[in-house]
Design a protein around this ligand. Structure first.
Ligand SMILES: [Zn+2]
Ligand SMILES: [Zn+2]
Length: 451
């Protein structure tokens, strides 16, 4: 990408951010810090999520109070006789981050500085090494789901190094750790929250996405991973186990989590279970990998063309259905599956034919988010088969941790193509043209050398 006049771009971008900030409420509606009402440490922790199309902060709910970050107290002066304390092993990030910003649905991303949200004691700053490119980044960029809050720094499959940890951050992350963040930036973690107190933080009604959403406490707007740094709530920051490569870990944080949770929840590893994964892209290829890693006996990949059959088999699939190339596929494979995870969406998809692949009492779980509606359903056929249709969004933090540890233990590697972060605009174009096999991961090349 041609380099952009940073000063000019930065100034106009700053004006735009100032405009956003003017709209941010600074009123503190609740005195309690979110962690004073936090759950016990041994409570299963949770989640991730995407839903940039929600604006949870416009609803009521508890808000976080902004408290001073005690970790940033000025360094103590020590007398010459006092043993000198070693300097804190931190490389404080600048007050302004720099990233690739979308300013409208159609203009290319612009490399420019942006203000991070205010640093709370519960936050962690991450120096970004890798960030996967997800289709929901593009839907948000293009305002396909709902109007996006521009300027926005996209990217919610983030891996990097923890370089600043708030004094009240969740235990378990240390400075210098390799960490990651998925699509969910913040969940309330309050006992009074049905979702958070039951291990389903990915459905917290006041969740804040990793980018493009205002925090309810007025601390700013979340911004994502196509940047040098990101600032996120520590409950949404995951330690990355050794043995799992950073590009794989990145794409697992959204694409992996999205398929892992419904596979687990609907018992893909139950003996005798036959599972179908519809769509063989970023999500679908991880669906095949994780279904096999968790012990599913029979996995069928369902895609349009024959040309992905070989890849499906290499990923570990036991069967393959090419819906555009295989005549009579719906009849041939009718009533052959117990669970389908559907990663594609669109008004034209053969939904009734997919549902016809299910045995009686089978479950069809839709995880791809359509930009329009799903096709119409033939209720009678579904009633007569006792079919369940459900939906799922990302995974709880507990399930994300379980997924990462399973991936490390079983040596699961996502199929990724790493590209320099500076190529983001051309990579988005390639993604929109359907050229990903199966996921692009943008890499900050300088910072990667330190890892
Ligand atoms: Zn995503
Ligand atoms: Zn909650």
């Amino acid at each position: 990408m041609a380099s952009i006049g940073a000063a000019t771009a930065g100034k106009s971008m700053q004006d735009a951010f100032d405009a956003i900030s003017d709209n941010v409420t600074t009123e503190e509606t609740k005195k309690d810090n979110m962690h004073t009402d936090n759950m016990p440490v041994d409570t299963p922790e949770l989640t991730q999520h995407l839903n940039h199309h929600h604006h949870p902060n416009s609803s009521s709910a508890e808000t976080i109070s902004t408290t001073r970050d005690t970790s940033l107290a000025p360094l103590k002066l020590t007398s010459p006789t006092t043993p000198q304390e070693p300097p804190p092993p931190t490389n404080q990030p600048p007050n302004t981050f720099t990233g690739y910003l979308a300013t409208s649905p159609t203009s290319p991303l612009t490399h420019a500085p942006f203000p991070p949200k205010a640093f709370l004691p519960t936050d962690i700053d991450i120096a970004i090494t890798h960030c996967g490119l997800c289709f929901s980044d593009i839907s948000t960029y293009r305002s396909s789901w709902s109007p996006t809050l521009y300027p926005i720094c996209l990217g919610h499959e983030i891996i990097g190094t923890a370089i600043r940890i708030g004094a009240s951050a969740r235990a378990g992350i240390r400075l210098g750790d390799r960490v990651g963040v998925g699509p969910q930036g913040y969940n309330c973690h309050l006992r009074s929250c049905q979702s958070c107190s039951s291990g389903r933080e990915n459905y917290c009604p006041v969740r804040v996405g990793t980018y493009g959403e205002r925090y309810g406490d007025g601390s700013g707007v979340s911004q994502g991973g196509f940047a040098d740094f990101t600032r996120q709530d520590s409950n949404s920051v995951f330690g990355i186990p050794e043995g799992l490569d950073s590009a794989s870990a990145a794409v697992m944080l959204c694409a992996g989590a999205t398929v892992f949770e419904p596979l687990k929840e609907h018992g893909a590893a139950t003996p005798g279970k036959r599972v179908g994964i519809v769509g063989l892209g970023g999500l679908g290829h991880l669906g095949v990998l994780f279904a096999k890693a968790m012990g599913c006996e029979y996995v069928v990949a369902v895609s349009r063309k024959e040309d992905k059959r070989e890849d499906a088999m290499k990923l570990g699939a036991d069967g393959y259905i090419a819906t555009a190339d295989e005549e009579g596929w719906a009849e041939t494979h009718a009533a052959s599956l117990d669970l389908i995870i559907c990663t594609v969406s669109g008004p034209g998809m053969p939904l009734m034919e997919y549902l016809g692949l299910l045995r009686p009492k089978g479950v069809f779980c839709q995880v791809g988010i359509p930009e329009g509606s799903l096709p119409q359903l033939d209720t009678m056929a579904l009633v007569l088969n006792g079919t369940s249709i459900c939906f799922s969004d990302s995974a709880s933090p507990g399930n994300v941790r379980e997924m990462l540890s399973l991936a490390a233990k079983k040596g699961v590697r996502a199929w990724t193509e790493c590209r320099p972060m500076v190529e983001i605009n051309s990579v988005i174009k390639e993604m929109e043209e359907g050229r990903a096999r199966f996921r692009y991961v943008m890499v900050n090349e300088e910072s990667e050398k330190e890892i």
